[in-house]
Design a protein around this ligand. Structure first.
Ligand SMILES: Cc1cc2nc3c(=O)[nH]c(=O)nc-3n(C[C@H](O)[C@H](O)[C@H](O)COP(=O)(O)OP(=O)(O)OC[C@H]3O[C@@H](n4cnc5c(N)ncnc54)[C@H](O)[C@@H]3O)c2cc1C
Length: 161
């Protein structure tokens, strides 16, 4: 089981992936495609690109201790936490995450200041989530913030076990 499954490889997803690597979290990145040239504001993410599984995520479920993520080709992946970083697709009528997440009037996933959604272990970052300032810079910041939060929570859970 992965520590974190990141859905999306735009600035938010790539930043989350980079932070997850720094924290040595077992990470899977699922995305239809990777952000322009794999380079965001001069930061080269090509080192983490081989880990991106190119696919279309079609379902996300919360199980007792984990999340299951299903892709169009049929595979299912399991993670202790999930970061949704799918950009504007959710606001454009995509309903993949509607069963689990609370959304606002603009169809954006509602998160707190630490990028946590209404479901423990489920995070959203970048254009898919609710925050005032948007664009590449805030997407990068939010992807990282989600990982720093979930890393603390996973470590706390592991110490208790
Ligand atoms: C034409 C244009 C010009 C722009 N210029 C600027 C600019 O100059 N400066 C600036 O700051 N911002 C600019 N922006 C905005 C900026 O691109 C976005 O704010 C930023 O890309 C958001 O990053 P993100 O990671 O949230 O989402 P995105 O970059 O949209 O990435 C979303 C990722 O999710 C994946 N995905 C989506 N749905 C699924 C699914 N179901 N399954 C698997 N993967 C999925 C996509 O393949 C992609 O990898 C521009 C936007 C556009 C359209």
């Amino acid at each position: 089981m992965y520590d974190v499954i990141i859905i999306g490889a735009g600035p938010a997803g790539l930043s989350a992936a980079w932070h997850a690597k720094q924290k040595m979290l077992l990470t899977l990145i699922l995305a239809k495609d990777v952000f322009l040239g794999h380079t965001v504001y001069g930061m080269d993410f090509s080192e983490i690109i081989p880990e991106v599984e190119k696919c279309d995520v079609i379902a996300l479920e919360k199980n007792i201790v984990s999340f299951s993520v299903e892709v169009k080709a049929g595979q299912q992946y399991f993670g202790r936490s999930v970061i949704i970083a799918t950009g504007c697709t959710e606001t454009e009528g995509n309903t993949v995450f509607d069963r689990l997440t609370l959304k606002d009037a603009y169809n954006k996933i509602m998160v707190d200041a630490n990028m946590q959604s209404n479901i423990p272990g489920l995070y959203a970052a970048g254009d898919v989530s609710v925050t005032l300032a948007k664009g590449i810079a805030s997407a990068i910041l939010e992807g990282g913030k989600a990982v720093l939060t979930l890393d603390k929570i996973l470590k706390k859970t592991d110490n208790k076990a």
